[in-house]
Ligand binder design. Structure first.
Ligand SMILES: [Zn+2]
Ligand SMILES: [Zn+2]
Length: 274
């Protein structure tokens, strides 16, 4: 008889613990067959709130619809560097209009991606700067995507500083020195499931050394599934694996990690008491 590999259970949920997935993409087609089950599974796993993030106009609209129709789901609207060429006046006007909704808690994801270069550097920089200005005008924090563009991302953020409503470097991929610069700007660092992979010593060092008051966790679902499900579709419930890994690295309980990272998200997205 063929032996079936058993699915590893989620870490045991500490009583009363509430987790916050700071970054996922629930509007994506990957969830068309079972979106409501995915959302229910998150709730059962203790992930009581999550931010679903826009990457262009259609996904920003869809993210807002999801947030409007599901308690515990909030959203960000914005144009990802891959779609930077679309960030014209009309698009930014619509982002501004969408952001009037109470469920919109950030502008994002915005930033620079020099790994894939779907748009030119000039287009990416212009779209990034214009959306930083928009976030300041809207009094919202920013969700930053930075891939292989650490130096220029930081230069642009410093130029835009002070960013009074703060922000987060999502899916952090830099080293400890960069993490310290991000924290000095008053930003949070969001740790993805990559933390659970082997050979990520520099990210583990960030997780160990940066004060817990500046760390949050995310899935970036449907991407970047943490171990033990690496390679499969990700979903918000899996943020527990990353939180568990962070707890082990710091030598604290999962309950402590849940409490502090959730509080950090509440502060960042102005959701205290919501
Ligand atoms: Zn991203
Ligand atoms: Zn994302």
């Amino acid at each position: 008889m063929a032996r079936k590999k058993k699915r590893a259970p989620l870490p045991e949920l500490p009583p009363g613990a509430r987790f916050f997935d700071s970054h996922c993409h629930l509007d994506m087609d990957d969830y068309n067959a079972d979106r409501s089950e995915v959302i229910q599974r998150a709730a059962r796993a203790g992930v009581s709130r999550m931010m679903t993030i826009g990457i262009d106009l259609p996904s920003s609209r869809a993210a807002l619809r999801l947030a409007e129709t599901n308690s515990g789901i909030f959203c960000a609207v914005g144009i990802h560097p891959h779609s930077a060429a679309e960030a014209d006046d009309a698009a930014l006007t619509e982002i501004r209009q969408l952001a009037r909704a109470a469920e919109v808690r950030a502008v994002g994801e915005i930033g620079l991606d020099y790994a894939k270069m779907h748009c030119s550097r000039e287009e990416q920089i212009t779209a990034f700067q214009r959306q930083l200005e928009l976030a300041a005008e809207l009094k919202l924090p920013v969700i930053i995507h930075d891939r292989e563009a650490h130096y220029e991302t930081m230069a642009i953020l410093r130029q835009a500083a002070p960013l009074k409503h703060g922000g987060v470097m999502h899916c952090f991929s830099g080293d400890l020195a960069l993490a310290r610069e991000v924290v000095d700007l008053g930003f949070y660092i969001s740790l993805p499931g990559v933390l659970t992979f082997n050979k990520t010593e520099s990210l583990r060092q960030v997780a160990r050394e940066i004060p817990l008051e500046s760390l949050i966790v995310e899935t970036d679902a449907p991407f970047l599934t943490p171990a033990p499900y690496r390679g499969k579709r990700n979903e918000p419930a899996c943020v527990l694996y990353t939180a568990q890994c962070l707890s082990e690295i710091r030598g604290i309980t999962l309950a402590e990690t849940a409490a502090q990272t959730t509080l950090n998200c509440e502060k960042l997205f102005a959701l205290e008491g919501k």
